[in-house]
Design a protein around this ligand. Structure first.
Ligand SMILES: *[C@@H]1O[C@H](CO)[C@@H](O)[C@H](O)[C@H]1NC(C)=O
Length: 172
């Protein structure tokens, strides 16, 4: 199966500029790496219709922005003497949602619109969550659905730790 290299080789210049490498290559060209997290116990989440994360308010925009860890979305891993920069899929997915939100409310077409929509589509397929949600009149009833999740706080903790270590290495 051919996968765009960009999926693995995200060139992340500041937060606003998510760009993928243009070239395509086979998935085997790069190994899949994971951000090491501490503990992976499942956690409960109640999916509800949040009053937060408004589409088009200043507070809403801040809440979306605060989904990024304090050092932003980048993860820096040492490979011997060189630092390889990554993002974590979690932050890439969340950032993409915010890019789509900004794109919608500003009515300005972001060059990342198509990338983000497809990236979220593939991410959702990849998770392939098979838990059942109640349905009424042919619609999914999304109020107060309980589900079990990976503990996303461990990914945030690992990102904060990684950022602190990267700052220390760079005397920042
Ligand atoms: C978001 O708010 C701005 C400023 O009030 C407005 O110009 C824009 O049309 C709004 N976007 C949507 C999708 O409502």
């Amino acid at each position: 199966m051919k996968l765009a290299c960009g999926l693995f080789a995200l060139v992340m210049v500041p937060l606003l500029a998510f760009q993928t490498a243009g070239a395509s290559c086979s998935a085997s060209d790069r190994k899949v790496r994971y951000l090491e997290t501490e503990g992976n116990r499942p956690v409960r989440m109640v999916l509800d219709t949040s009053t937060r994360y408004e589409l088009n308010t200043t507070v809403g925009a801040e809440e979306w922005a605060h989904l990024m860890p304090s050092g932003g979305h980048l993860i820096h891993l040492q490979d011997g003497d060189t630092t390889q920069t990554y993002t974590s899929a979690l932050f890439h997915q969340l950032r993409c949602l915010d890019i789509l939100r900004e794109d919608y409310v500003s009515r300005r077409e972001s060059p990342l619109r198509k990338h983000c929509l497809n990236y979220i589509r593939q991410s959702v397929l990849c998770i392939a969550d098979n838990h059942l949600e109640y349905s009424k009149a042919g619609l999914a009833v999304t109020h107060y659905i309980e589900t079990v999740c990976n503990d996303w706080t461990t990914v945030y903790a690992a990102a904060e730790k990684n950022y602190a270590e990267w700052q220390a290495r760079n005397n920042m």
